[in-house]
Design a protein around this ligand. Structure first.
Ligand SMILES: [Zn+2]
Length: 62
């Protein structure tokens, strides 16, 4: 089970199994009123996606 928390105030919204969610979810936080939009497979993270940048040549030599 994983705890799903509000992205704004970190209040516990609900708990769910890993595969319990099949589609998008919108849930309003009872504490602060923020509408949290959750998606399966990139679940419950409040961090924006940041693709890693790699050098085109792949070399780590300075
Ligand atoms: Zn909240």
């Amino acid at each position: 089970m994983r705890n799903v928390r509000c992205g704004s105030c970190r209040a516990l919204l609900f708990r769910a199994r890993q595969n319990a969610i099949a589609g998008d979810i919108e849930i309003k936080c009872r504490r602060c009123g923020t509408l949290n939009h959750l998606r399966p497979y990139e679940p419950f993270s409040d961090r924006p996606e940041r693709p890693k940048r790699t050098n085109a040549c792949g070399s780590s030599f300075p």
